[in-house]
Design a protein around this ligand. Structure first.
Ligand SMILES: NC(=O)c1ccc[n+]([C@@H]2O[C@H](COP(=O)([O-])OP(=O)(O)OC[C@H]3O[C@@H](n4cnc5c(N)ncnc54)[C@H](O)[C@@H]3O)[C@@H](O)[C@H]2O)c1
Length: 327
């Protein structure tokens, strides 16, 4: 099979490309390297069946031809990361809405190429439910708070994907990723775990935003990739919206303490108010736990790796990167 991964030089896309190539498929990646990096795919360049095209999916002229030449599209390209979204909500909306519209139109023009659209747990917004299921009502904050532009743009992508299926018979799958973490994720755009591990390895204070009692569920990127591979092969996943995440809940304070313990660091923890970390009036969710029974029943998938595995993998990968930089 031949796959197109938009945003394939990003954190999740690079791992997905690696897994598909390992299974003997061919992979073409389109990425404008805005938040992604060639470092994420450097080890894949030169492998037969792998191609990287540096381009913006919104303006790329060859996109229609490219999509026509593949069996399936994983559409991961997006403006990602809370800091980036708060800093530049206009770019977030343009990339996420126009980019997805272009990819889905190309898939329709090509006669109906199956497309998986990456969405996010952010769409559950401020809901106070114990755990989030795909059919839940969604409670997004006001449009005067820029962080919600990410959730709204991704939600529009979901509606558009479903509309394309209804109008043109396009086979689509929507995956709602909860916090996905692991080696090669950058902390530059606000991702908490790589920021914490870098600080711990440097012996500097870990910066916790807010009171740190907000909790998240952190899923290893290799578990996320396993879920994507299973969904790609599952005919009944077509037309579905599916949560992908782990159900183990950890507070950000707990994560900071675990990182310090696993890395053997002497770092302390410094708390910074949200207003200072992001913008005045920043709104956050206290909890965000997925219900993953839908994907488990459909494909048998459940995450396999623990949070301790994740922290160790991220620390080892950052130590390796630092050693390479010194050589
Ligand atoms: N990592 C997570 O925890 C998480 C959680 C929820 C949803 N997601 C979704 O998963 C997908 C992948 O996220 P990620 O964590 O790998 O982030 P990432 O930033 O590493 O990957 C996104 C990639 O898209 C590329 N890109 C952005 N705009 C583009 C454009 N116009 N044309 C071509 N390429 C473009 C970036 O350069 C980057 O490589 C995204 O759609 C994101 O919204 C991720």
């Amino acid at each position: 099979m031949r796959y197109l991964i938009t945003g394939g030089a990003g954190f999740i896309g690079g791992h997905l490309a690696e897994a598909l190539l390992r299974e003997g498929h061919s992979v073409v990646i389109v990425d404008d390297l805005s938040t992604g990096s060639e470092n994420n795919i450097a080890h894949l360049l030169g492998i037969p069946g792998f191609e990287f095209i540096e381009a913006d999916i919104i303006s790329m002229e060859r996109l229609d031809n490219l999509v026509a030449g593949v069996d399936m599209v994983f559409h991961l390209a997006a403006a990602v990361g809370v800091e980036l979204v708060v800093r530049d909500p206009a770019r977030t909306i343009k990339t996420n809405v126009h980019g997805t519209e272009r990819v889905l139109s190309a898939a329709i023009k090509a006669g109906g190429v199956k497309t998986l659209v990456a969405s996010t747990s952010e769409v559950y917004g401020k809901s106070a439910k114990q755990s989030f299921s795909e059919s839940d009502d969604l409670l997004i904050g006001p449009s005067t708070r820029s962080r919600w532009s990410y959730a709204c743009s991704k939600l529009l992508d979901e509606f558009y994907a479903m509309a394309c299926m209804k109008a043109s018979g396009l086979p689509v799958i929507v995956s709602r990723f909860f916090n996905t973490v692991g080696p090669r994720q950058t902390g530059m755009y606000g991702m908490v775990l790589p920021r914490f591990v870098s600080k711990a390895l440097a012996g500097e204070p870990l910066l916790v935003y807010g009171d740190g009692e907000q909790s998240r569920c952190f899923c290893h990127v290799l578990d996320t990739v396993d879920a994507l591979l299973k969904l790609a092969e599952c005919p009944d996943a077509v037309g579905r919206v599916l949560n992908i995440g782990t159900t183990r809940e950890t507070t950000i304070n707990g994560l900071a303490e675990l990182v310090i313990e696993r890395t053997g660091s002497a770092s302390g923890i410094t708390r910074i108010p949200y207003d200072e970390a992001y913008e005045a009036g920043f709104e956050d969710m206290r909890r965000r736990v997925p219900n993953i029974s839908a994907i488990s029943e459909l494909t048998g998938w459940r995450p396999q790796r623990s949070l301790e595995d994740i922290v160790d993998d991220v620390a080892n990968s950052l130590r390796g990167a630092a050693a390479n930089n010194r050589c």
